[in-house]
Design a protein around this ligand. Sequence first.
Ligand SMILES: *Cc1c(COP(=O)(O)O)cnc(C)c1O
Length: 416
Amino acid sequence: MTDKKYKFDTLTVHGGLNPESWYGSTLPPIFQTASHRFSTAEQLSDVFAGKVRGFIYQRLRNPTNEALENRITQLEGGVGAVVTSSGMAAIHNSLTAVLQSGDEMISGNSLFMSTYLLFANIFKKFGINVNFVESTALGEYEKKITPRTKAIFVESVGNPKMDVPDIEKLAAIAHQNNIPLVVDNTMPTPYLLNPFKLGADIVVHSTTKYLSGHGDALGGIVVDSGNFDWPKEKYPDFEMFKERAGEKAYLDKVWREIHINVGTSQSPFHSYLTMIGVDTLAVRMKRHVENVEKLVEFMVNHGKVKWVNHPSLKESPSYETVKKQFSRGCCALFTFGLSNQEECFNFIRNLQLVYNLANLGDCKTLVIHPYSSQYVSFDIATRTKLGITPDLIRVSVGIEAIEDIIADFEQALDKI
Ligand SMILES: *Cc1c(COP(=O)(O)O)cnc(C)c1O
């Protein structure tokens, strides 16, 4: 790639390619090797010492993974990225590079299930206290900030609550207090939202979802904006990384201190699949949001549907923020309610085209009843707090012909 400024849709196809060093290959070759061989001890030493950039061992760095890192970095507008074996690994690494025992963090409470468990249980075990606040209530974040608060974390579109925090205002609150804002941007993808443009400092993704897009490869990524300056008084352990890596200090810390030693490395095959997925991100997302609008409209007008929750609906508490923050749709996920759990189960049993499974962001339309599946082992009070009720079905709208998706929902509803 030259330095020419291509548009987003072009970068999804061409970003991160390096055909000169791949014998002209138009896709990143799958460098399926644990280690890379060097002719001389001097050469290997230079790479280990950081004098020459190179590939040593797959847990550290891999050319296929690097192609994906470069592409997503361009799409998010950051200075660099580290791909990881899963979205959870990315979230873990993005925060453990910043936090240590005795520190505090504030997180919106509208969270992916494993993210919630990571914060509530694992971080707690290591002496990191996560304060959960209502994701969209900016005043609550401010109230919880203490001198020990080292990070603020939020999902750009909460799931399954479907609430949307004001990233610009939240970033301003974070920065007034010298705290970085970390955004899980899995749901909108950079096609619908660039958190860095709104002031976020770090973006994480589960690439398993829309970026990969085909329900095939698990993966995650941490992207650094390079904008946060990690003031010495508050983040003294960043000094060494600032000296070494300058504006990429955070990324260097994520990689050098956490990623390579925890072993959260991505399989090059998964990066290869994800690259192919990202090729079509723009056209898929366009179709996803067109389809979600039409299906939501159908559901809103169906007599058996008790309620529908999508942030683009006027009734949604997030409607104004969505209008301000998104210009071409905000996400292809929505939830709706039937009378009770039994009706939900009947509806799901009646579906013929649509899949019942635990995933989202696939090009196929998917549904799930979260109360009885992902959240089944949570006590009822916690489920209620997270907005997981027995009458709720979550829909991840795919890219099939919308007439077929609507017809399947219609026949499944008619039979209950
Ligand atoms: C799926 C998901 C994750 C976790 O990603 P994995 O790739 O499954 O580890 C994190 N955040 C959000 C918003 C997700 O949807």
